[in-house]
Design a binder for this molecule. Structure first.
Ligand code: E4P
Length: 215
């Protein structure tokens, strides 16, 4: 499973890139707003740090406007991916952009039907939102698993990004569910390599080492 960082924060990305763990980045308007910086500048800076796909989301609600924005965004960097909402207009834009060879990530996917529509329209990626489904009492990870089965069954090459990831368990379950990618908040990813028993183990080794005769 690939790891994307779900953040617009360049410092978080720089820190984790050093570990070889960043296969790509996803952003959304809320994450960009948190940074208080120019959208294009942030995306271009991220694209300069990460060689994998970097998703930048359109704001328009009509297909024509989305396609116009997408054409602009697609010029920003060679590895940029245009993120589009899962709506009728989003599907129209996805279909047209796919014909033009522009990569897309259809976001805000909450059902198998939506994911299947986006894949058929030619989306490069679809983003089922696991955490937001869990929030309303629906099993978000079941959606990831079911989407995987459906895409595989019909030979659709769209990749699944498990999104709205909130916990280490979400990351582990996304891998078990066969997600191609998990997009993980910059604050959560550093907790993935930690375990209390690792820290206790290191402390014990160091303590025991004190009794080893030193020459
Ligand atoms: C995905 O691309 C979205 O940016 C993100 O995962 C949304 O997560 P949230 O539900 O925690 O806002």
């Amino acid at each position: 499973m690939k790891f994307f960082l779900d953040t617009g924060n360049v410092e978080e990305i720089r820190r984790i890139v050093k570990l070889g763990l960043v296969d790509g980045v996803t952003t959304n308007p809320s994450l960009i707003a948190k940074e208080g910086r120019d959208f294009k500048q942030v995306i271009q800076e991220i694209c300069g740090i990460v060689s994998g796909p970097v998703s930048a989301e359109v704001i328009g609600l009509e297909a024509e406007g989305m396609i116009r924005e997408a054409h602009d965004i697609a010029q920003w960097a060679p590895n940029v991916v245009v993120k589009l909402p899962m709506t009728e207009a989003g599907l129209e834009a996805t279909y047209q952009l796919a014909q033009e060879g522009i990569k897309t990530n259809v976001t805000l996917v909450f059902s198998v039907a939506q994911g299947l529509m986006a894949a058929k329209a030619g989306a490069t990626y679809i983003s089922p939102f696991v955490g937001r489904l869990d929030d309303i009492g629906v099993d978000g990870m079941a959606l990831v698993k079911n989407l995987g089965l459906v895409l595989q069954q019909y030979g659709l090459r769209t990749e699944i990004i498990a999104a709205s990831i909130r916990s280490i368990a979400h990351v582990e379950l996304a891998a078990l569910a066969g997600a191609h990618i998990a997009t993980i908040p910059g604050s959560l990813l550093p907790t993935l390599w930690k375990h209390p028993l690792t820290d206790i183990g290191i402390a014990r080794f160091l303590k025991d080492w004190e009794s080893v005769p030193k020459t």
